[in-house]
Design a protein around this ligand. Structure first.
Ligand code: ADP
Ligand code: ZN
Ligand code: ZN
Length: 818
């Protein structure tokens, strides 16, 4: 009897591929194991075993596989089912899902680049002959393709050899180069608590008469504290007192001073310091928790709607504890990698080393490690926190999924395929495991709130901040009026300037939110009106002062800022609009003493750039943090007294049916960063349009009103969640061809789905990376079968693909486009 294996190849082709296997291989192969297979003329791929059978393929002669790479499955059956759902629902191929969700170390192929690992000591004697050959070759050449390694050892299939070398730490894959995060250890000093007692302090100071240097240190400490109203770093004290470390240390040893750190370092975590904190929920949290449990008893997901700083995290902690008690794994999804580091420290206070982190900024090796720990249900990975991709880990007994900040649109993957929504995919995953799901937010998305209102989800709310902390006081500042009266300094109103001065004096920190990065979005010639454009995309170039460059935010194109207009040669260039960088510069002029930091896409490119900025702000090395929407999300800073929103209007006027919902969420969230401890926080929103209904709803914290109005509009204009939307984007470098193809597509779609088709239309940016774009929106009523509609679309796509002149046109589906 002949045996065959169907495999999933990590490529964007719809079908499975069939290979020939031996009887022995057929006996050991399980779905979810990896096999090395030949493909095309000379390529080698790692493929995923899908199904063993004995039916030869009809259209082609099956090739033999090269080798079975695993002794046991690395992907579970449950995962494959989930990924098939994703492929089907989001209209892509299973191969694309596999390619995007498996750590790339699992998917070696002939084109993978291999380099030697300089970090490990290699004992050459322990290498097998062929391993040694590869090792030696890499001493002479920096990188090798796997195909080249094949030549070196004179073997066709070398993937298991490479896998072994990777496992032994002899070689690395090209992408594995990464920075190690070294937390900055800033040490602070304060007077020991004992000397807060005045008589004790007095006798201490009297004692110092014979130790003038020590006395100088203590007095300097008082002065610094009085002046900065902030924790005093040892380094500053040393400078101020003009003494030495040794003298400060002597005082610490004597017990006069105490050394401490503000909030232990992220990432690094000493095992012996685990305290296994126990928390007592307050009455509101208790109430919410019992509602959550009721909902779980009914096997329903629940929406937890708790205002910012209401203590949602602590409710999750209780649920995670219960989940672990039942011996099950918990998954905690966050919308942003930036948030994982703050959360991991919090969770480790409760769960110690049972918490693992998984996200795309981790190195391949770390990801493989977490993958394997989850697969083997190891102690170390009972709780996994991560952004979108953590959803694809090989959970064997998932008991709980927490989706924090569920309203965040960054849960939706935009590019490449699969263009999935992590929240929705997580709900499907949880239900396949029989796991519970909790979605939490201070500003739930319209669709989740609708699900709660319709009873599809349970609903619990917490309306008060934890610890009797008041909601921040939010005020609108009319900058139209202020501009007219010439009362603005740059982009700052007098009110905002006064508020910043006040907080700086009080030693409190400030967050300024500006929705745009860069310095000035455009540089315009005042003589002829010319604005420099990106040669590849239909956008104006953005001025970045720091590098004195014009940059495209879509394709990365950049050029040096010109001295004169490119069109007319005049030197009268004017910078219009404003971004984070310009705010930072204006602050430098307005408050030269203040330390200002910036968090946006440009400052957070490095692996641990987020952590660095967040921890610097947290340890109060900065007074003011200027940022884009990155600063709005769920961060828990202790000392922020003021949040300023530089301009609310650009957000509100964005041409998108969700603009109002998103603005409400963003403004409420960023406001929520203020006053999370005892003192009431302050928020100032600068706007040209203070009567806008969304701004009114933000200032009065009126989510219900926002929901009601937005829902009504969605009903009127037929937008989600009233209908489902599939966005079909066509791309081509040839403008005329694109238009013709888009018209053909839209006409064919209208033939079957008539009034549900909008477009084709150019998106706001109609050319990106030299390709022209056109969108067709397909609106699908809730009562119409989504699967059937997709099938109709797919049939039209088949006819489209058969038209030879449209061959170069790319089609991209975005299901539940947001
Ligand atoms: P949210 O996620 O709702 O914005 P957090 O969970 O961050 O709120 O809680 C806000 C602050 O209150 C945190 O610093 C948290 O440690 C504290 N907190 C919340 N609940 C409790 C509790 N039951 N006991 C002690 N501290 C709590
Ligand atoms: Zn000009
Ligand atoms: Zn561009």
């Amino acid at each position: 009897m002949e045996y065959f294996l169907d495999v999933v190849l990590p490529i964007p082709l719809e079908r499975l591929f069939t290979y020939k296997i031996s009887q022995e291989e057929a006996a050991i192969l399980q779905p979810g194991m990896r096999v090395a297979v030949p493909f095309g003329k000379s390529k080698i791929y790692t493929a995923l075993a899908y199904h063993v059978h004995s039916n030869p393929p009809i259209a082609y002669e099956a090739k033999e596989i090269y080798q079975v790479l695993d002794e046991r499955e690395v992907v579970t059956q449950n995962q494959i089912k989930h990924w098939e759902w994703i492929a089907q629902y989001y209209m892509c191929t299973l191969g694309e899902v596999v390619r995007s969700v498996l750590p790339s170390a699992f998917l070696l192929e002939s084109e993978t680049l291999i380099l030697s690992n300089k970090e490990t000591e290699i004992n050459e004697m322990e290498l097998r002959d062929d391993e040694f050959l590869v090792y030696e070759a890499l001493q002479h050449q920096t990188v090798l393709r796997i195909a080249e390694i094949s030549d070196i050892v004179d073997k066709k299939n070398v993937l298991s050899l490479i896998n072994a070398l990777v496992a032994k730490g002899v070689v690395l894959q090209k992408e594995t180069l990464y920075e190690k995060y070294k937390p900055k250890l800033i040490r602070y000093v304060k007077l020991a608590a004992e000397f807060e007692d005045e008589t004790k302090l007095e006798s201490l100071l009297n004692n110092f008469t014979r130790a003038p240097k020590q006395s100088q240190v203590v007095l300097s400490l008082f002065q610094l504290q009085a002046r900065t109203k902030k924790p005093v770093p040892i380094a500053d004290l040393e400078k101020e007192s003009k003494t030495s470390r040794a003298i400060i240390k002597a005082l610490v040893d004597k017990g006069v001073l105490e050394e401490y750190r503000i909030r232990t370092d992220r990432i690094q975590y000493a095992e012996d310091s685990i305290t296994f904190k126990n928390i007592q929920l307050n009455e509101y949290q208790e109430k919410a928790l019992s509602k959550v449990q009721q909902s779980f008893d009914q096997k329903k997901p629940i929406l937890l709607h708790g205002v910012t700083s209401s203590g949602k995290t602590e409710v999750y902690v209780k649920l995670i504890q219960e989940c672990l008690n039942e011996g099950k794994q918990a998954l905690y999804l966050l919308p942003e990698i930036a948030l994982t580091s703050q959360l991991i420290n919090r969770l480790r206070d409760y769960f110690g080393n049972k918490v693992a982190v998984y996200h795309s900024k981790y190195s391949i090796h770390e990801r493989v490690e977490v993958w394997n720990n989850v697969l083997s249900n190891a102690e170390k990975a009972q709780i996994v926190i991560g952004a979108r991709s953590a959803l694809f880990l090989p959970f064997s007994s998932l008991g709980l999924v927490v989706i924090d900040e569920e309203h965040e649109s960054s849960f939706k993957q935009f590019d490449p395929a699969p263009r999935y929504h992590a929240r929705d995919a997580a709900l499907v995953l949880a239900s396949s495991h029989g796991a519970h799901t909790i979605l939490g937010s201070a500003t739930p998305s319209i669709e989740s709130m609708e699900n709660a209102k319709k009873g599809k989800y349970g609903y619990a709310s917490i309306d008060y901040r934890y610890g009797d902390v008041l909601m921040p006081e939010i005020n609108l500042v009319d900058i139209k009026e202020a501009t007219r009266k010439k009362r603005m300094k740059g982009h700052f109103s007098e009110k905002l300037i006064d508020a910043i001065s006040e907080k700086l004096e009080d030693g409190e920190q400030i967050i300024l939110f500006q929705n745009r990065r860069g310095f000035a979005p455009v540089v315009e010639c005042t003589t002829c009106g010319h604005v420099a454009q990106c040669p590849n995309c239909d956008v104006s170039l953005t001025y970045h002062q720091h590098r004195n460059q014009l940059r495209c935010h879509y394709c990365g194109y950049h050029m040096a800022l010109q001295q004169a207009c490119l069109a007319c040669g005049s030197a009268t260039l004017d910078k219009k609009g404003f971004g984070t960088e310009q705010i930072q510069e204006e602050l430098g002029q307005l408050f030269p003493e203040a330390k200002v930091g910036r968090m946006d896409l440009d400052t957070t490119r490095g692996k641990f750039a987020y952590e660095k900025i967040i921890s610097a702000f947290e340890s109060q090395e900065m007074d003011i943090l200027v940022g884009t929407q990155m600063v709005t999300k769920g961060l828990d800073f202790r000392n922020v007294g003021l949040v300023g929103i530089m301009n609310a209007d650009s957000m509100l006027n964005f041409p998108d049916y969700r603009a109002h919902e998103k603005s409400f969420q963003m403004l409420t969230q960023v406001s929520g960063r203020a006053g999370r401890t005892q003192k009431r926080g302050k928020v100032l929103i600068q706007t040209y349009n203070p009567y806008h209904q969304i701004l009114q709803q933000v200032t009065t914290n009126n989510y219900d009103k926002m929901f009601e109005e937005q829902y009504y509009e969605r009903e009127q204009f037929k937008y989600p969640p009233i209908v489902r939307i599939i966005k079909l984007t066509l791309k081509d470098k040839d403008f005329n061809k694109l238009n013709e193809a888009a018209d053909w597509m839209a006409t064919s779609l209208r033939n079957i789905l008539n009034h549900q088709i909008l477009g084709p239309e150019y998106p706001p940016i109609a050319r990106i990376r030299r390709a022209y774009l056109k969108n067709i929106l397909i609106k699908i009523p809730r009562n119409q079968s989504l699967a059937k509609t997709k099938n109709s679309i797919k049939r039209i796509e088949k006819s489209f693909n058969a038209i030879s002149k449209y061959k170069s046109v790319r089609l991209v589906y975005n299901v539940d486009h947001i």
